[in-house]
Design a protein around this ligand. Structure first.
Ligand code: HEC
Ligand code: HEC
Ligand SMILES: [Cu+2]
Length: 422
């Protein structure tokens, strides 16, 4: 038997409209009655107040009608909650791992990605968890909002009925970069999905492409020439663009390193003609190094960029760069810049080298010697691990980042909060 597919979005919206409708009718009705009573039963019209001693009919109505209304709302809510909870049989299962401060999606064949790619029309069951603190998977387009809890798996499901890109937020305040914990659900045709699943890694050796995925750009921009929420980034390099400035003037420009940098990092000179001003400001989310890599990818496409930079893509995909910068600044963890050959954070005073990094990755709190917010990294392929190590090593050796001593720096998430407005 074909499993019965309840349309969750419809079910949730119906419940919402039902409750909203009842509330609106009650609000209007009660307000109208109040205004009428103020007139009709004013002291002027009724110099002698009347006395009532109960009215059976009014009381019965008063008890029965609200009961029916509340039961109706409950039934509708229960019905749509069931629709939301119970994935249809045969739904494709995707594991969702939330971490500070990015999302990781794992498909049935073991492939990982930073944006959630799904085939149109197929029910997708999400098994969600978190590596660190509470987060919330919130996809408004599918009316899905599910808490992700460390050490526990929660479930939800949805089905994308048309191709497109749909934004995903974190709905639970989770520390320093909570607001940047944004990604997208990308619904594509079954053929595109199969092709995506078959691709190794991000489908490209180029770390700039992995960065476009990890930073969420691909949630709004395609690489295949089709317009989505934003224009396609295919062949954007050298393209003639028309920007509409704040005072409604049109401004022509040709995309090169300088103008693309201004589009991505700001200051924006205008909005691309024909599109909504939806593109977020990235000034404080992308480092100069990362920008260089992305621009290199936009300019040269997939032509391989090897060397230590390949490890940056791994660090990005693993979420390391949410806590460790590469430019000398401290986020939630010590910067990767100059980390090698320096004394590490471990209580035994060990110097950072390959062995040390490997053991920190396996068991952060154990190796460091005190509870750490850093999540353990498991299941990293050997090639990725060695790319990662090469990348860290390439970031230079012992230069003390100015002004900061990571020792004694309390890096609990609660404390990280205080640094938000630095
Ligand atoms: C929330 C959706 C969204 C995200 C995420 C996003 N963009 Fe955009 N982007 C847009 C929209 C919409 C436009 C066109 C309107 C405008 O200029 O603001 C645009 C315009 C652009 C343009 C100009 C393209 C052209 O053809 O004129 C470039 C380049 C670009 N974005 C790059 C990026 C990069 C790189 C990232 C990731 C770091 C990114 N965008 C993330 C929505 C987004
Ligand atoms: C949630 C934030 C977070 C994430 C994600 C994270 N780290 Fe860390 N990391 C830390 C903190 C904080 C420390 C400092 C140790 C401590 O006091 O807990 C640290 C320490 C380290 C150290 C040891 C440095 C030293 O000074 O001893 C290395 C190496 C490291 N991290 C590498 C990585 C790599 C590689 C990744 C990605 C696979 C990663 N980290 C992901 C927070 C994080
Ligand atoms: Cu979060």
């Amino acid at each position: 038997m074909e499993p019965k597919l309840v349309n969750v979005v419809q079910a949730v919206d119906n419940t919402f409209m039902l409750i909203f409708g009842i509330s609106a009718v009650l609000l209007l009705g009660i307000t109208a009655a109040m205004i009428w009573f103020v007139f009709r039963y004013s002291r002027k019209r009724n110099p002698i107040p009347a006395t009532y001693t109960g009215n059976l009919l009014a009381e019965v109505i008063w008890i029965v009608v609200p009961s029916i209304l509340v039961m109706g709302m409950f039934y509708s809510g229960w019905h749509s909650y069931r629709a939301l909870r119970d994935a249809p049989e045969g739904a494709m299962e995707i594991k969702v791992m939330a971490r500070m401060w990015s999302w990781d999606f794992e498909y049935e064949n073991g492939k990982h990605s930073g944006t959630l790619v799904v085939p149109v029309g197929k029910p997708v069951k999400l098994a969600l968890s978190s590596t660190d603190v509470l987060h919330g998977f919130f996809a408004p387009a599918f009316r899905l909002k599910i808490d992700t809890v460390p050490g526990m798996t929660t479930y939800g499901w949805f089905r994308a009925d048309k191709p497109g890109e749909f934004v995903v937020f974190c709905s639970v305040y989770c520390g320093l970069s909570h607001a940047k914990m944004i990604t997208a659900i990308r619904a594509v045709s079954q053929e595109d999905f199969d092709r995506f699943l078959a691709e190794k890694g991000t489908g490209s050796k180029h770390p700039g492409k992995a960065l476009l995925d990890a930073k969420g750009c691909l949630g709004c921009h395609s690489l295949d020439g089709s317009a989505a929420i934003g224009p396609s980034l295919k062949d954007v390099w050298g393209r003639e663009a028309v920007l509409v400035t704040a005072d409604k003037k049109e401004k022509k420009l040709k995309y090169d390193a300088a103008s693309l940098k201004m589009i991505i990092m700001g200051p924006r000179q205008g909005v691309v003609k024909g599109f909504e001003p939806m593109m977020p400001a990235y000034a404080d989310q992308i480092t100069a190094d990362e920008l260089t890599l992305m621009l290199d990818f936009l300019e040269r496409g997939d032509s391989a960029a090897d060397g230590p930079e390949a490890g940056r893509a791994v660090a990005e995909a693993q979420g390391c760069l949410g806590c460790h910068s590469t430019d000398g600044s401290d986020i939630a963890g010590p910067t990767f810049k100059g980390m090698f050959r320096k004394k590490g954070s471990a209580t035994d005073g060990a110097v950072v080298d390959r062995t040390y990094v490997e053991s920190v990755l396996k068991d952060p709190s154990g190796r460091i010697g005190k509870p750490s917010i850093m999540p353990a990294t498991t299941g990293l392929a050997d090639a990725d691990l060695s790319a990662l190590l090469k990348f860290l090593e390439s970031l230079g050796t012992a230069t003390t980042p100015k002004g900061h001593d990571m020792k004694g720096h309390d890096m609990t998430p609660a404390n990280a909060h205080g640094e938000q407005h630095k």
